[in-house]
Design a protein around this ligand. Structure first.
Ligand code: NAP
Length: 512
């Protein structure tokens, strides 16, 4: 139920759904694919000093496993091994590489339930979303197994009758890959699928919070027959991560650093990479605008808004971060959005079938949402629903909607990475585009309109790499994924996803 307050804020009288507090799910963590050692050169190994770090279930706080804590020494060793395996891998035919990627894909599909349970255990996202992530992750292995056979060069017409120009595309070499916790399987396969397809070898450092998914994929790569040393995984704790990252970005045997994570970390890695002039592929943070024009189909916009904002409890880099709604439909949008949130969002353990909102990844993430809400309220925003930590458990936050939001608030200036939907009011299209573009990042942007001329204008004017027009979910292996401004460098997925892992060589045939 909604009522109206004197100051124009919408006020909620019924809370979003939830269930009883968190329980430990003893059957949650998959057993057959649970690996706790590093995977280097086709062997499961401990860190040299025997160090391990704990992996926790963010829902219950329970320890799931202890994993080998690799440091710079293991990183250098993994790079050396990957470099040693490169000549034979690059010499394999594209069909051989394609077949191995396809086998790896098939094994992911065969083990999809177990892989999904691993994601839910270490990341907390609802099982249905984890299952979707596995299908999405496997789709990159399938896609790049197909692309492996289409890495064409060129023969270029010349102005000299006695010359011919040939252009070859060749694998760049060893790729260092650093992945985040929010899509622990898909961010790995989106990079590794492309790298392996064209003949590069890789060393992966997964996030401290979610190493188990990466290690399970290593087990399946091994079962698929990916040769030793071609794909290596070195988990590390947050205390070892900076030193491991430095090796992965500075070792002369590495040719490219491919990273998905925050813009702040991306800048550190770029600085490391510049001394040896390495190529860099960077998928960094966003601050996606979600614009709803007066001409929009309001119900479609609300459905898209809930999908875009609350998937993975708001922890996706393409999440709607700022809702800009035109004045003629502002009140109706807020009312419908809150109703949809109450109807569709259920907070709880990811292992409960009906849950749609799992925990945030850690305490730092919860604090960030909390501080953005209190900053917004102190500057005049109204809490329409949610607004505080959720009673289900320490890492849970209520799905929250704020109205009366303005552009000076932290929640519009920074990426939230949590279940917070701040709604701003605008008057004109020009104003909406100006607000949308007034940020130094540009990953995804969304807008809803039924005015075709407006659709063309706004799609062209938004300063982002990915645009959703009347659509809130955009990711698919066929389309290029990536941002502009400080959201990154390069594109992943699609026919462009192999480009970062290739060098172009010009060969001139003379004297003909
Ligand atoms: P993060 O702190 O940058 O962590 C991401 C990865 O980088 C983790 O593996 C982390 O390892 C590692 N890392 C952190 N500091 C490092 C350092 N000094 N050297 C080497 N590696 C380092 O990012 P996050 O906050 O966890 O993840 C969320 C961010 O990722 C958001 O900004 C989101 O927008 C972005 N993201 C972008 C995309 C995209 O495609 N553009 C996709 C997903 C997420 P540890 O865990 O061990 O610290």
């Amino acid at each position: 139920m909604l009522g109206r307050l004197r100051n124009g804020c919408w006020m909620l009288t019924a809370a979003a759904g939830s269930r009883a507090g968190p329980r430990a799910h003893s059957s949650s963590a998959a057993s057959g694919l649970l690996r706790s050692q590093a995977y280097i050169g086709g062997r499961w190994v401990e860190a040299g000093d025997g160090a391990r770090f704990p992996v926790q279930d963010p829902t219950s706080g329970r320890q799931l496993a202890e994993v080998a804590d690799c440091g710079p020494r293991e990183a250098r060793e993994a790079v050396r091994v990957a470099y040693g395996s490169w000549p034979s891998w690059r010499a394999a035919t594209s069909k051989e590489r394609s077949n191995l990627l396809r086998k790896w894909h098939d094994l992911m599909i065969k083990n999809k339930d177990e892989l999904a349970r691993l994601i839910t255990a270490e990341n907390g996202k609802p099982l249905q979303e984890a299952f979707s992530e596995i299908l999405y992750a496997a789709s990159f292995l399938e896609w790049f197994s197909e692309e492996a056979r289409r890495v064409y060069g060129d023969v270029v017409p010349t102005s000299s009758p006695n010359r011919r120009i040939l252009i070859l595309k060749q694998p760049i070499g060893v790729a260092s890959v650093i992945t985040p916790w929010n899509f622990p399987s898909a961010m790995l396969t989106r990079k590794v699928g492309a790298a392996l397809a064209v003949g590069c070898t890789v060393v992966v450092k997964p996030a401290e919070d979610t190493p188990l998914s990466a290690l399970a994929l290593a087990e399946l790569a091994d079962q698929a027959g990916v040769p030793a040393g071609v794909f290596n995984v070195i988990p590390s704790s947050k205390s070892n991560t900076p030193a491991v990252g430095e090796v992965l970005c500075t070792d002369p045997l590495v040719a490219i650093i491919s990273f998905t994570g925050s813009t702040a970390t991306g800048k550190i890695l770029l600085r490391h990479a510049c001394d040896t002039v390495k190529k860099a592929s960077m998928e960094l943070g966003g601050n996606a605008p979600f614009i709803v024009f007066d001409s929009a189909d309001l119900d479609l916009a609300v459905a898209g808004a809930v999908n875009s904002k609350f998937r993975n409890s708001g922890q996706t880099c393409v999440c709607a971060n700022r809702f800009l709604v035109q004045e003629g439909i502002y009140d109706a949008f807020v009312e419908k959005m809150v109703k949809a949130m109450h109807r569709d969002l259920l907070v709880g353990s990811g292992f409960d079938e009906q849950t749609t909102q799992g925990p945030l990844i850690n305490e730092r993430a919860v604090q960030k949402v909390e501080s953005q809400v209190s900053d917004a309220v102190s500057r005049g925003a109204c809490i329409v629903t949610g607004g505080k930590r959720h009673s289900f458990g320490a890492m849970f936050f209520e799905p929250t909607l704020l109205s009366n939001v303005t552009t000076d608030m932290l929640c519009t200036q920074e990426e939230t990475f949590g279940p917070l939907a701040p709604v701003l009011k605008f008057r004109t299209e020009e104003e909406a585009v100006t607000i949308a573009n007034s940020t130094n990042v540009g990953l995804a942007g969304y807008f809803y309109s039924r005015d075709y001329a407006q659709i063309w204008r706004v799609a062209e004017q938004l300063e982002v790499g990915i645009v959703g027009v009347n659509e809130g979910l955009l990711s698919t292996p066929e389309a290029p994924f990536g941002g502009i401004k400080q959201s990154g460098l390069g594109r992943e997925g699609s026919k462009y996803g192999v480009d970062d892992y290739l060098e172009i060589k010009y060969v001139c045939f003379g004297g003909l």
